[in-house]
Design a protein around this ligand. Structure first.
Ligand code: ADP
Length: 540
């Protein structure tokens, strides 16, 4: 059975579908998924042929609303469901299984059983299956992008970018699977031989957020599987549909039952079950610092390996000697991508006094030209925020800043498009003590701080507990090197606003996290190092 839970539409939607004869009366799973998909072109006036999309998604079986446990799609054991909303319209788009501790324990058992055989497969076998998964993700790129825009809100173009980026982690992992080498160490005694083996850590619990519904999963699951680990994924309850579609494609790729499991619903219950289980040997988490700390503390009980990718407070430093055009374009990308909802989004824009006014005006012009709207509309550069709470937070940070002397030069209020939309905002005269400089705004607001010297810039930039993304704009090679070394951050973009890629290590210092994702370093997070000593080798 494909889905047991009906997908929901608002009344407006059903009327539109009926009038175009596209709302089928039958409640078979085929038609439910067809209805779900047809709404995209109909309501968003997309040029793509509605029938093609519907039949494509139906035949690919990408619409899933149940959890995946041991290769079987499962409802919550008590039948509970949770609604998924389109953040742009507020309409509920699906009811998905709302699972908890019991389902999670079963998923852990399945992953534990599957680990016995998956960890014994050859690197070449795992590589081939991961490659197949990558190929399928790319083959279904358009549909997956539509799902992301539907449940997360980002502009369709950004969603397509996320698919490429996400699939890249699976492709990289499929290649890297074959390069998990050990070592032979020259022995200090002539009758000994010393080896280092690298072995999969075991069953992994992967907890992911809503801002990149696919990428945050692939960059954990790709390397985990490549190393021979099995996983229990808990996607955000706000964006589970993309995760479930990706899991469906993992099955279609031939990845054995139990290797990839997905549970979603009651986050604290699921988290507690993952933490309590001695069979989970590794927790990998992307999300808020508060939840990350809880998971880290809980993992101490069974001494699990932990990777955390937590909040940032990214400085974007623009020096007098920067190329203005490069700095504005880079800042725009670093700040407003995904409506400002990434953990590496520029949170504080530090501008040197000589270029401050020119930069502020140029940034204002660039931000002003950004079209705000539904993610499916043509030319939209900024969609909604994930929910109203996010809008409230941005609004209150801006109010606190203006009450202390900051000036709004653009935006600064909710957008007339609806309760989840906020006007792209630029504020000047911000200082580093205002809340907007201390907390992660996670929204479309660019706060400009003024600084005098390079030393000032470094001091202000490092004056935070976070240390994830940072950006520097300068035309001096010496300064770029000096500042990059001085910044207490895991990532530094020099004259670039978007630097994340599967081939480079991503991760933070200080309270922004532990461990790295992507690149060869991201593989190490899923491996144990075993030392083997062969003794008495001179005896026959
Ligand atoms: P955000 O503010 O980005 O939503 P969260 O840390 O709240 O960050 O959410 C990130 C992920 O952590 C989501 O999948 C969410 O469901 C999950 N989560 C939230 N609370 C807990 C918890 N107590 N235990 C485990 N996971 C949790």
């Amino acid at each position: 059975m494909m889905t047991t839970v009906a997908l929901k539409f608002g009344r407006r939607m059903n009327t539109a579908l009926r009038s175009s004869n596209l709302l089928y009366r039958s409640s078979s799973s085929f038609l439910l998924s067809a209805n779900f998909l047809i709404q995209i072109p109909l309501t968003r006036k997309m040029s793509t042929d509605a029938h093609n999309i519907a039949s494509q998604l139906n035949s690919s079986g990408l619409l899933r609303t149940q959890g995946l446990i041991g290769g079987k799609w499962q409802d919550a054991y008590d039948g509970k469901t949770i609604k998924v909303y389109n953040p742009s319209t507020g309409e509920s788009i699906a009811d998905v299984a709302c699972m908890g501790g019991r389902e999670t324990n079963d998923a852990i058992s399945s992953a534990f059983d599957a680990f016995k055989s998956w960890s014994k497969t050859t690197a070449a076998e795992r590589s081939k299956l991961l490659r197949k998964w990558y190929d399928l993700l790319m083959a279904h790129k358009e549909e997956l992008a539509q799902l992301i825009t539907l449940e997360q809100g980002k502009p369709l173009k950004e969603s397509l970018g996320e698919i490429n980026y996400s699939a890249g982690f699976i492709e990289f992992a499929s290649e890297e699977a074959k390069r998990i080498y050990g070592d032979i160490i020259p022995a200090p005694q002539s009758d000994r031989r010393l080896f280092v083996l690298k072995q999969p850590v075991g069953v992994v619990g992967a907890i992911t957020p809503w801002n990149f519904p696919l990428a945050m999963i692939t960059r954990k699951v790709g390397p985990a599987l490549a190393c021979g680990c099995t996983v229990v994924i808990k996607p955000s309850e706000l964006t589970p549909l993309t995760a479930l579609a990706a899991a469906e494609l993992s099955i279609q790729a031939g990845i054995p039952a139990g290797v990839v499991n997905v549970v979603m619903g009651n986050a604290p219950d699921i988290g507690d079950a993952l933490i309590a289980s001695p069979q989970i040997r590794k927790i990998t988490f992307t999300g808020s610092t508060a939840v990350g700390k809880k998971l880290m503390a809980g993992s101490a009980e069974t001494v699990k390996k932990v990777s955390l990718e937590l909040g940032g407070n990214a400085p974007c430093i623009v020096f007098d000697d920067a190329d203005l055009d490069v700095a504005v374009k880079g800042t725009l990308a670093a700040k407003f991508r995904n409506s400002g909802q990434t953990c590496v989004c520029a949170n504080r824009i530090l501008v040197q006094e000589g270029i401050y006014d020119k930069f502020a005006n140029a940034l204002l012009e660039a931000v002003q030209s950004m079209k705000v709207g539904d993610g499916f509309s043509e030319g939209v550069a900024q969609g909604p925020l994930i929910n109203e709470a996010a809008v409230k937070k941005v609004d209150s940070l801006i109010h606190e800043a203006t009450s202390k002397g900051a000036k709004v030069i653009l935006g600064g209020k909710r957008h007339s498009l609806g309760s989840t939309f906020y006007e792209p905002t630029v504020i000047t005269d911000v200082d580093n003590d205002m809340l907007i400089s201390r907390q992660e705004a996670f929204g479309p607001v660019a706060p400009l701080l003024r600084f005098k010297t390079e030393e000032d810039a470094i001091r202000i930039a490092n004056d935070t507990n976070a240390g994830l993304g940072s950006y520097v704009f300068t035309n001096s090679i010496q300064r770029s090197w000096r500042v990059a070394e001085a910044l207490e951050y895991g990532l530094v973009g020099v004259n670039e606003g978007v630097i994340s890629t599967e081939v480079a290590p991503f991760g933070g210092v200080k309270q922004s996290g532990l461990g790295r994702e992507g690149s060869k370093y991201g593989m190490d997070e899923y491996l144990e190092i075993k030392y083997v000593c062969l003794g008495n080798m001179n005896k026959d």
